[in-house]
Design a protein around this ligand. Structure first.
Ligand SMILES: Nc1ncnc2c1ncn2[C@@H]1O[C@H](COP(=O)(O)OP(=O)(O)OP(=O)(O)O)[C@@H](O)[C@H]1O
Length: 283
């Protein structure tokens, strides 16, 4: 693996991804006799991620994390606000270019892989779609990438249904990285995996970040998952960022009651108890 110089963080030129006052509203039809309701899933979110940095975006289910991710990936248009990649605004016309530079890793590798394609084919298709390389060059690149993410050669001709959950996620990671993106949006990438496999995938993501000088947005409902991975943390609640800071600030000196509640829920001995109600969170 090649050596990586740590990212030099100075001015705006080192901002890989910037979200400016990003909002997304959904209209809910409540039936014939009621006026439609609106859900502000993402509410005026501004964030910056420096090149080479990992930002953890945490918050409980339904707070708007996936909606935010979809807007970054160009899968959903914002209602208002915009997304800048390396200082340049990204619009619909940039979609194709954007898709190569920002790649997603989703929670459920099972549903994101085509069950009728072999492992090699799943990864190669990304190159074909972007007209990259000759067939022989593509095969070589795919083989090397699959080796890099820890897929044994015998699995390259298998189908997703023949793989374990961890292996499927490795294939999804290979497919994302084959386009050599600069930014990975990891939306709960280990939540669907057995606990024993989660650490392996997190370690793989850490190693690949070094190998390819990647910038990560790492989305999770679980603060303990992001603790060893992130440089900065943004805490999201009801569509808004209620607190952001360095990993040390968030884990050692959380300021917002909701952040403290999230941390307390991670410490809860019984899993699944959820986030404790704390008076005054809503002001
Ligand atoms: N297409 C949609 N139409 C209507 N409402 C939506 C749509 N997508 C999301 N929402 C609503 O927006 C809010 C935020 O949802 P979102 O999936 O972004 O949250 P999340 O934090 O990613 O939750 P989870 O971790 O459970 O996926 C929720 O109230 C959700 O019901």
């Amino acid at each position: 693996m090649s050596k990586l110089t740590p990212p030099h963080i100075a001015g705006n030129e080192d901002i890989a991804l910037e979200l400016c006052a990003l909002s997304r509203t959904f209209r809910l039809n409540r039936g014939l006799f009621k006026s439609p309701a609106e859900i502000r899933a993402v509410d005026n979110v501004s964030l910056r991620i420096r090149r080479g940095e990992t930002l953890g975006l945490v918050g409980e289910s339904g707070c708007g994390k996936s909606t935010l991710a979809k807007m970054l990936l160009g899968l959903l248009p914002p209602t208002t606000g915009n997304v800048l990649i390396e200082g340049r605004e990204v619009d619909a016309a940039d979609r194709r270019k954007l898709s190569a530079r920002i790649q997603p890793i989703f929670q459920d590798p099972w549903s994101s892989l085509n069950p009728r394609r072999t492992v090699s084919d799943v990864v190669e298709v990304a190159l074909r779609l972007h007209h990259i390389g000759t067939p022989d060059e593509r095969k070589k690149q795919v083989r090397e990438m699959l080796d890099l993410v820890g897929m044994p050669s015998r699995t390259h001709s298998q189908y997703p249904g023949q793989l374990s959950g961890g292996q499927r996620q490795r294939v999804a990671i290979a497919r994302a990285l084959i386009l050599r993106p600069e930014i990975l949006i990891c939306d709960e990438p280990t939540s669907a995996l057995d606990v024993s496999v989660q650490a392996q995938i997190l370690n793989l993501l850490l190693a690949l970040k070094q190998e390819f000088s990647l910038t990560y947005l790492f989305i999770s409902h679980n603060l303990s998952v992001v603790e060893h991975l992130v440089d900065h943390v943004a805490v999201m609640r009801k569509g808004q960022i209620v607190e952001q800071g360095t990993r040390e600030q968030i884990f050692s000196q959380p300021q917002h009651p909701y952040t403290r509640a999230l941390l307390a829920s991670v410490m809860t001995p019984e899993p699944g108890l959820g986030i404790p109600e704390i008076e005054g969170i809503d002001g």
